[in-house]
Design a protein around this ligand. Structure first.
Ligand SMILES: Nc1ncnc2c1ncn2[C@@H]1O[C@H](COP(=O)(O)OP(=O)(O)OP(=O)(O)O)[C@@H](O)[C@H]1O
Length: 252
C-alpha cells in the first residue's frame, strides 16, 4: 500500500550543553494512505514533538520525513507551508479559531489564502462539510456562541477543506465531554472511510481503540505497537481492553 508519510530515524533535541534533552531518539515510522493510527505514551515521551516533526511544523535535527513523495527536511519554507496548507489537516485539543470571525468564515479562511479555487466553490465545500458534521445552522454564530463539541467540529471542517491526505490530531477529544468526544471520533471514522489517513495523539484508551494501529512511545522512540482490525463500530469494549492491557504492559 502507498506510504503517505515516512519518518526515517528522526532526531530532535531541545536545549544546549548539560541542559540538552533528546526528545526524538532516532524514531522511524510509516503511515499508509488511508490508515488510522494513534500514538500513545507517557507524558513527556515525545508524542507532540513527533507530530510536529512529521507534519513539518518543526524542523528536525537529524533523519528525514517524506510526505507524499516530498522530503520535508529539504523543501524550503514556502513549499513546506503550501504542502501543509493543501495536503495536511490539523485538529488540536482547542481549535485555534479567530474570535472576530463567525464559524463559517473561520472554516473558509485558510482555504481563501492562495487557493486557485474560487470563493463560490470554497463556500460550497464549507457548507457540505458543515452539513455533514451537523453544524450547518451555526454558520453565522460567533465562536463564543457554540459548544466545545461544535467548535471542534468546525475545526474538523476547516481541516477537511482541502481534502487532505492526512489529518494530524493532538488530543482532539481532550477538551470535550464524553458524548461530544464520541461524536468527534465517529466523524474521524467517516473521514478515514473516505480514504484520509489519520494520526492521533491521545492519552485515552477509548480514542486509541478506534484506530487500527497504536504506536506506544517511550523516551523518544517506539517501544511497542498494537495492530487492530479497522473499527467497524462494534466491540469497542474488547478493543479498549486490548489497548489497556498493552498500556499496562509498557507502564503508561
Ligand atoms: N519547544 C520546546 N523547548 C524545550 N523543550 C521542549 C519543547 N517542546 C517539548 N519539549 C520537551 O520535550 C519533551 C517531550 O515533549 P512532548 O510535548 O513531545 O511530550 P508529550 O509526550 O507530547 O507529552 P504530553 O503527553 O505531556 O503532552 C518534554 O520534556 C518537553 O518538556
Amino acid at each position: 500500500m502507498e506510504k503517505v508519510l515516512i519518518g526515517d530515524r528522526m532526531v530532535k533535541s531541545f536545549g544546549e550543553g548539560n541542559e540538552k534533552r533528546i526528545v526524538l531518539d532516532g524514531i522511524s515510522l510509516e503511515i499508509h494512505a488511508g490508515e488510522f493510527a494513534a500514538v500513545m505514551g507517557p507524558s513527556g515521551s515525545g508524542k507532540s514533538t513527533l507530530m510536529f516533526a512529521l507534519s513539518g511544523t518543526d524542523r528536525i535535527d537529524g533523519g528525514k520525513v517524506v510526505f507524499d513523495g516530498s522530503d520535508l527536511t529539504k523543501v524550503g519554507e514556502n513549499e513546506l507551508s503550501d504542502l501543509r496548507r493543501t495536503k495536511m489537516g490539523f485538529v488540536f485539543q482547542q481549535p485555534t479559531l479567530l474570535k472576530n470571525l463567525n464559524i463559517l468564515d473561520n472554516i473558509i479562511l485558510p482555504s481563501m489564502r492562495g487557493n486557485r479555487r474560487n470563493a463560490a466553490e470554497i463556500l460550497e465545500r464549507a457548507r457540505v462539510l458543515m452539513k455533514r458534521t451537523g453544524i450547518a445552522d451555526l454558520e453565522k454564530r460567533d465562536i463564543t456562541q457554540v459548544s466545545g463539541g461544535q467548535l471542534q467540529r468546525a475545526g474538523i471542517c476547516r481541516a477537511l477543506m482541502n481534502n487532505p491526505k492526512i489529518i494530524f490530531g493532538d488530543e482532539p477529544t481532550g477538551a470535550l465531554n464524553s458524548r461530544s468526544g464520541e461524536e468527534v471520533m465517529a466523524l474521524f471514522a467517516e473521514v478515514n472511510a473516505d480514504g484520509t489517513a489519520i494520526l492521533l495523539v491521545t492519552h485515552d484508551a477509548k480514542v486509541a481503540a478506534r484506530s487500527e494501529r497504536i504506536l506506544f512511545m517511550r523516551d523518544g522512540n517506539i517501544a511497542s505497537e498494537l495492530k487492530l482490525p479497522k473499527f467497524r463500530g462494534t466491540d469497542l469494549d474488547g478493543r479498549m481492553e486490548e489497548v489497556t492491557i498493552k498500556m499496562r504492559e509498557i507502564g503508561i
